[in-house]
Design a binder for this molecule. Sequence first.
Ligand SMILES: [Zn+2]
Length: 200
Amino acid sequence: MLNLYLAPRSRRAPVPEDAAVDAAIRFLQENGVIGEAASPDEYPPGRDVANLFPSDADDHLLPAELTFEAWHVHRARRATFLPELPQADGFPGATCTICGDEIDPAGLAEALGRLDVFPVHRFTYTCPSCRTELELRDIDFGQPTALARFWFLIEGAAFSRLTPALLERLGKVLGTPLQVVPERPVEHVEDWVPARRRRP
Ligand SMILES: [Zn+2]
């Protein structure tokens, strides 16, 4: 089980209008992906939630397992780095794109933690190897990341990939193409057996 963010693909994407968000929610409900709101901005899985996951997910999981725990709608007052980082081992494989050396995860987590206080354009992290003052875009996090003021969070998703056609149509309804940002690199999810099975 894994948390997935669905965030605009473009860092410059405006926050969708309320009407567009409502239309996206209706689209998800009509396709049976989510049900009626459990509380404001929180939705349970719908009747046909398995449609959210690509057909090859069937090779790894039973149809009844293809679900999630909750679908959340998030709006933030300022650009937020995703995935939001709760733990110190956040990005174990992160590298500096200037010198190619690995970045100490604890130091990076500390620098990212300051984003709670400072806006993202103030982010800096000095690479211990080449001494370059890195911006977020100079770091290879080893997984997809996003800067967003609006996103969906799929809590407790059974599978890390979503049906591409559904994701594309959802982006069209919302008015901004979406990308999937997993909370952590899939290979680090200990109990995610299908991921380990697929590795060479
Ligand atoms: Zn470096």
